[in-house]
Ligand binder design. Structure first.
Ligand code: AMP
Ligand code: MG
Length: 432
């Protein structure tokens, strides 16, 4: 305990600053629109054409001259029919109408649409299309009624999505409506995940020999990366030996934009990751750097951080995350993820803190100099505020509590919070 109190703890904000200063956006590339979800635009998208490209009807009905309906009900001659996709080859004059379907172009001469529900066909003859007869329009329709004018969604030449936009499905649709098949965006960071530890056995291996455990970190982090919109690269399990680990990290750095390792960064005799990262950094004649940190958070204290020269011009961030399953995920959320997002072109900023109310006491040991990040379940309270309650046991191997949680509460050093107190949370799962 005394030793722990003497060790130098680095505040979380300082670690985040180091990461965010070094994780600069990857060089932009041309990306197919349908592969651009979640990417950040490096160039603005400008509309080359009006959307909609022509005036068209928002309703099924009859295109009319509004002034002809002033004395409604009124009978008009139906001189044509227009389906969506048809070119507007008909025009109307006074006393005439064209039957028209939603999305069809407005014929010349028409300036409003009478909806079909408020019309009656006059003397409809069996087997004859309504378009051939006459129609009674029951209501006066205002000019422009049910007409979607050209450019009423997006004007030609206007900005559809600005530089820095994080593309949502809705942006993708909007960009598609302007005809762009490609966008220029920062690529999706390729992030490798490597588990280290001689005790680790992969899922699916039926026999768990004495002393061995399942590798859960790798699977959790791969899934977490995918959920966060990154391209996850499975780098497998690496034994606690310096040479294989060195080779594995070198290979990873040659093929990934960033690397996550788990385990091997604390005080054990076989914790080689920190040693390997230090050696790789020092072997780069100043181009790389590494540091071993005790971050002032719980869980997630041990961390090795390296920036190693990659195949391109930039350096590859290697996050040596702790081995304990909860610690590795928490360190990912508060330290690695902000950096990875910055690589993808997002604003370089620490995780968003959301205000909530403690639904019960969230206690903690005071005086350890650390920010505690207990796993909590956050739900909407009856007054519309978010309410945070402990998700269960808070030891760093209790991954089940992480699965039951959807947020981390931020408890600065002190006694914790009482029921009803304000508490900030970092959301990582849906609020149901
Ligand atoms: P380490 O940081 O390597 O000392 O590991 C700390 C704890 O986390 C030990 O109990 C390990 O067995 C456990 N651990 C390390 N890696 C994993 C992993 N990939 N999956 C599950 N548990 C792990
Ligand atoms: Mg280990």
């Amino acid at each position: 305990m005394a030793a722990e109190h003497q060790e130098v703890l680095t505040p979380l904000a300082d670690v985040q600053r180091v990461v965010l200063e070094r994780c600069t956006p990857l060089s932009p590339v041309e990306v197919r629109l349908d592969e651009a979800l979640g990417l950040v635009l490096a160039d603005a998208v400008t509309a080359p054409e009006d959307v909609p490209p022509f005036a068209n009807t928002a309703m099924d009905g009859y295109a009319v001259r509004a002034e002809d309906t002033a004395e409604a009900p009124v009978e008009l001659d139906v001189v044509g029919i227009l389906a969506a996709g048809a070119a507007p080859l008909v025009a109307i004059r006074s006393g005439q109408a064209v039957q028209i379907m939603t999305g069809a172009p407005m014929p010349d001469g028409a300036d409003a649409v009478a909806i079909v529900e408020r019309t009656e066909t006059v003397d409809p003859r069996e087997g004859v299309r309504r378009a051939a007869g006459r129609v009674r329009v029951l209501d006066h329709v205002e000019p422009g009624k049910h007409v979607r004018s050209a450019g009423s969604d997006i004007r030609a030449g206007s900005t559809v999505a600005a530089v820095g936009t994080l593309l949502t499905p809705e942006h993708i649709g909007t960009i598609a409506s302007t005809g762009a098949a490609f966008v220029r965006a920062h690529p999706r960071p390729r992030v490798g995940v490597m588990a280290t530890g001689d005790e680790l056995v992969d899922v699916g291996d039926t026999r768990l020999a004495p002393g061995r455990i399942r590798d859960s970190n790798r699977h959790a982090l791969l899934a977490r990366l995918r959920a966060d919109g990154f391209a996850a690269v499975d780098l497998g399990i690496v034994p606690d030996q310096e040479d294989p680990m060195t080779e594995a990290v070198e290979r990873a750095v040659a093929t990934c934009d960033a690397v996550l390792t788990t385990g091997g960064v604390s005080m054990g005799e076989f914790d080689f990751v920190k040693i390997v990262l230090d050696k790789l950094a020092s072997g780069t004649s100043g181009a790389g750097e590494s540091r071993r940190l005790s971050v002032a958070i719980r869980p997630g204290k041990p961390l090795s951080l390296a920036f190693l020269p990659g195949p391109g011009s930039g350096r590859v961030a290697v996050f040596g995350l702790p081995g304990n399953p909860v610690s590795s995920l928490v360190s990912y959320l508060v330290i690695a993820r902000p950096g990875l997002r910055a690589l993808g072109g997002c604003r370089a900023e620490p995780p968003v803190r959301v205000p909530a109310v403690a639904g019960e006491a969230l206690g903690r040991r005071a005086g350890d100099g650390k920010l505690h990040l207990p796993r909590v379940r956050v739900d909407w309270g009856p007054d519309g505020r978010l309410v945070a309650r402990s998700a269960g046991g808070q030891l760093s191997h209790q991954l089940g509590t992480m699965a039951a949680a959807n947020a981390l509460a931020l408890l600065p050093d002190g006694p914790g919070v009482d029921p009803g107190d304000r508490v900030e949370v970092i959301l990582f799962g849906p609020i149901s």
